[in-house]
Design a protein around this ligand. Structure first.
Ligand code: NAX
Length: 333
């Protein structure tokens, strides 16, 4: 099988370090697909990425055909089949949201353009760097490619939700399906269990059985589950002393694996471009329940959305609209 070219930006950072070895050992594309890694960094990050490249060599991974480190997007994205855009400008103390959006537009605009110019025809892009949804929107717009090629990571939120449910229901994660994350990868996101089941029983009913009734189940969902999942990133920083890295890398691997190899039965969550599904304005990159047959993610349609879910989805989408409008004001879109 021909090698697949995988470009990772921000490869010298902490998610990069947790990601590269998983990709190289075949966890992302399967145990039969050789990979060629292209690592993009800014000049200050190149040494760190080069160090990771030396360690990759030392692993003698059978599937790893080649590794190249560069600070030039035109080199990094040349022939890319898969691009993981991890490197981003973090929010520094006192930085306003508009400044953050502008700084990241200055990264994701040029990278999107380079992808449009030099990546392979079948390129699929996953944006991890925050604000991930809007960065994906910017990159897609700059690329000139069909926006469906660009996705953003909410798989970590999806997996966090499953982890929380498995803990409270004292059940293996494999027993849970039908969780959906809607909206922005931010504190406004809506992790939704209204279609979720555990061992075939509605999750809500299982929660009511375990927690002592319908009211207790509702209270747990609204007061503990939703905020804990939405703010899990802050909790990790508080406990670990730095932000999620291995779990984010794992989610990125799972996101691409399921896009390329298929979701099988059931669905997962990913931020993808809206065509107006569930009332989300066309063109926004928002999280939805999605499936893939291997050709890329498609939104699961036809789910009932109750009033509680509608209000939460609308609130998160309003934030996405505000981010898009702020970026438009900068003249980026
Ligand atoms: P680090 O600061 O450890 O690494 C980022 C790396 O990106 C650095 O090495 C830096 O030199 C590089 N970089 C910066 N600008 C670049 C550019 N223009 N081109 C190429 N490389 C560039 O951050 P890390 O912890 O790895 O997080 C990376 C991004 O993931 C952050 O934006 C973070 O907010 C985001 N996250 C997104 C998550 C998600 O679920 N969507 C969860 C985890 C994470 O918080």
């Amino acid at each position: 099988m021909d090698a697949t070219t995988v470009t990772v930006t921000g490869a010298g950072g902490q998610i990069g370090y947790a990601l590269l070895f998983r990709i190289a050992e075949g966890a992302m594309l399967g145990a039969d697909r050789p990979v060629r890694l292209r690592l993009l960094e800014i000049p200050q990050g190149v040494k760190s990425a080069e160090g990771a490249a030396l360690e990759l060599q030392d692993c003698a991974f059978p599937l790893l055909a080649d590794v190249e480190v560069t600070d030039d997007p035109a080199v990094a994205f040349a022939g890319a089949n898969i691009a993981l855009l991890v490197g981003a400008r973090p929010r520094s103390a006192g930085m306003e949201r508009g400044d953050l959006l502008a700084a990241n537009a200055g990264i994701f605009g040029p990278q999107g353009r380079a992808i449009g110019e030099v990546a392979a025809d079948d390129v699929r892009v996953l944006v991890v760097g925050n604000p991930a949804n809007t960065n994906a929107l910017i990159a897609a717009s700059a690329s000139g490619l069909p926006p469906e090629r660009f996705t953003a990571l909410t798989r970590l939120d999806h997996d966090r939700a499953i982890g929380q449910l498995a803990a409270v229901l004292e059940t293996p994660v494999t027993a849970i399906s039908g969780v959906a994350v809607w909206g922005n990868h931010s504190a406004t996101q809506f992790p939704d269990v209204s279609h979720a089941t555990v061992h075939g029983q509605a999750v809500f009913d299982a929660l009511a059985d375990r927690l002592g009734g319908i009211e207790a189940a509702s209270a747990w969902l609204d007061d503990e589950f939703v905020p804990r999942v939405a703010k899990r990133g802050a909790e990790i920083i508080e406990v670990r002393g730095s932000s999620s890295a291995a779990s984010a890398a794992n989610a990125a691997v799972s996101h691409i694996r399921d896009s390329v190899l298929g979701t099988g039965e059931g669905w997962t969550s990913a931020a993808v471009v809206s065509h107006g599904e569930y009332g989300v304005p066309e063109g926004l990159v928002s999280s939805f329940p999605v499936t893939s047959d291997g050709s890329g993610y498609r939104i699961v349609e036809g789910l009932d959305i109750d009033d509680r879910a509608r209000a939460r989805i609308d609130a998160s989408v309003a934030e996405l609209i505000a981010e898009r409008d702020a970026v438009r004001e900068l003249g980026v879109l």
